[in-house]
Write a protein that binds this ligand. Sequence first.
Ligand SMILES: [Zn+2]
Length: 294
Amino acid sequence: MTNAPGFTGSLLDRYDAARHDPLLVAAMRRDPQALLLCLDGLQPLVGEDGGLGWTPLDAIDEGAVELALLGRIDCVPRFVALTPGVSALQRSRELFEAILALPPAEAGTYAAARSLVDWHARHGFCPRCGSATDVFRAGWGRICPNCGAEHFPRVDPVVIMLAQHGHGEQARVLVGRQPAFPPGRYSALAGFLEPGESIEEAVARELHEEAGVRVHSIRYVASQPWPFPSQVMIACIGLTDDDALTIDHAELEDAKWVSRGEVAAALAGDPNAPFLPPPSYAIAHTLFARWVAQ
Ligand SMILES: [Zn+2]
């Protein structure tokens, strides 16, 4: 069972030093080998080899589009066009089918590009003074020509966690479902970190708010980028001594305790499993797999 977190393992060398050297970026832009990521809005366009589609950059008129330097793969410069007006809120079944079909490392490169393009589309104006901002740092920031403020792409942390009750053969974990989930799907509970909170505090708060469960001994398991629009998912497990549930129905349609065998059956696609698991590119899937294997 493979359980590397989704959207990780990109082969992209982000080449941060180039972002501070406009002459170097211009030379990379003119490199006859340079490639542009093929996107339709924010939708990936798959190439003939089943991976991400790339097109020669020299076919694009200089100045026709604003570009961000993604970095290098196989020493070849990789760019993405900063398309105004795209929205990461537009997600379709076709998008997730395309992501599932991509090799995992390619999905990671796509995640970086998607979050970056979307961030530019939503940050055209300075939050300090309201002026229109300009691209700088080879596409990894925006600068305000009026007040000089510099703005950089944000990543928003989200905790996603299992509460575990009991040990050994008796161990069970808490899964929940939101009303928007496909029928039968349950996942780990999740929520955004708030300002002034540690990861452990956010895990404990979310589990108590959504399910009435008090956890201790919280430990980190894994993380992944989640480019919808730009989260980092931080997966944890905490222990609880009390399995009584008080479900917040504004957040969750249902929540229940499931055994290691039941989680293993769900991950294996057993039709008799008590729930359908999240897709393989979601870190909840990784979290379940690591818990089953531990
Ligand atoms: Zn400003």
